[in-house]
Design a protein around this ligand. Structure first.
Ligand code: DON
Length: 299
């Protein structure tokens, strides 16, 4: 049973921890059997007690909790001859980060009709409230305006009067849902990304990696990314994108650089491209960025 019962997740987590043993060979209720049950349960319950609750209120790391990989990690701390005191068995999962922000998808049908969609509530679900009878989430979209022209917004964008707040005016977005056609006007590629100010630069790279560098769709979206948005005056780079030598060469040209990796930040990476490409033989190939966890689906 799913949350708000912890039953299904804790049962599955127990099974994943214990699947590394041959319980039957230990003998039913032998000391070893009972020991392993107790060790598995204390680990599964440590996560249950720390992370599970009403799904209307908490985001839960259940996929990881019930994965074989995590079960193996938890199992590795079980000693066969000795009980691990419960105070030494903490929860092993990490809470899910509250997401919200920007949703992105690309669709192509069998006739070649293409849709690129990006929709945003900016950075958070806020108080998780949907406006009665209107059906949309309250959001923090006002930060996409230059609330105070010349001052950086949450994405560090320093914007001017053109995007100042005024009655009836819409805030400036960076959303870039894009349909790329070949020189004859035939559909070639559908792409787009969330990522605030970085949307434009990472959509550009997702196209240029294919068109200019001949990458496959998967290589193009897996490839580490770069970003520059005028101010702050620096190149942001995903760690794997630049060698130490290239960094030194860029610094010698007068560039400032920043490694974007910071586990404390909400977005320690650049972008989340969801794209579809038409291969030369007409086959559609979809791919989803590994950075956040989407999926490509074919019907
Ligand atoms: O429209 C915009 O440019 C912003 N509201 C996008 C925010 C965003 O992508 C946050 N997500 N990662």
């Amino acid at each position: 049973m799913p949350p708000p019962s912890s039953g299904g997740a804790t049962l599955a987590a127990t099974a994943k921890i214990l699947e590394g043993y041959s319980l039957a060979s230990l003998g039913w209720h032998s000391p070893e059997h009972v020991h392993l049950l107790a060790e598995a349960w204390k680990r599964a319950y440590a996560d249950r007690n720390a992370f599970l609750g009403d799904p209307d209120f908490v985001a839960m790391p259940i996929q990881r909790m019930i994965s074989a990989e995590y079960g193996a990690e938890r199992r590795a701390s079980i000693r066969m001859e000795r009980a691990t005191p419960s105070e030494q068995v903490g929860p092993g999962l990490s809470p899910l980060k509250a997401d919200g922000n920007t949703t992105r998808f690309s669709v192509v049908d069998s006739k070649g009709n293409a849709v690129a969609v990006t929709t945003t509530i900016n950075s958070l679900y806020g108080i998780h409230a949907v406006v009665p009878y209107a059906g949309f989430f309250l959001n923090n979209e006002m930060d996409d305006f230059a609330a105070k022209p010349g001052t950086a917004n949450q994405f560090g964008l320093v914007q001017g009067e053109a995007n100042a707040i005024a009655p009836g005016k819409r805030m400036l977005s960076a959303m870039t849902p894009t349909i790329v056609v070949d020189p004859k006007g035939k559909l070639f590629y559908v792409t787009g990304s969330p990522g605030g100010a970085t949307i434009i630069t990472n959509v550009f790279q997702s196209i240029s990696n294919i068109v200019d560098f001949g990458m496959t769709i998967t290589q193009a979206m897996n490839a580490p990314r770069l970003h520059h948005q005028h101010l702050p005056d620096r190149i942001d780079y995903e760690r794997a994108s630049l060698s130490a030598e290239t960094i030194r060469a860029l610094e010698a040209m007068g560039h400032k650089l920043r490694d974007t990796y910071n586990p404390k930040e909400l977005y320690p990476y650049i972008g989340d491209v969801q794209a579809i490409m038409v291969l030369p033989n007409g086959t559609l190939q979809g791919a989803s960025d590994p950075r956040r966890g989407g999926a490509a689906i074919g019907y």
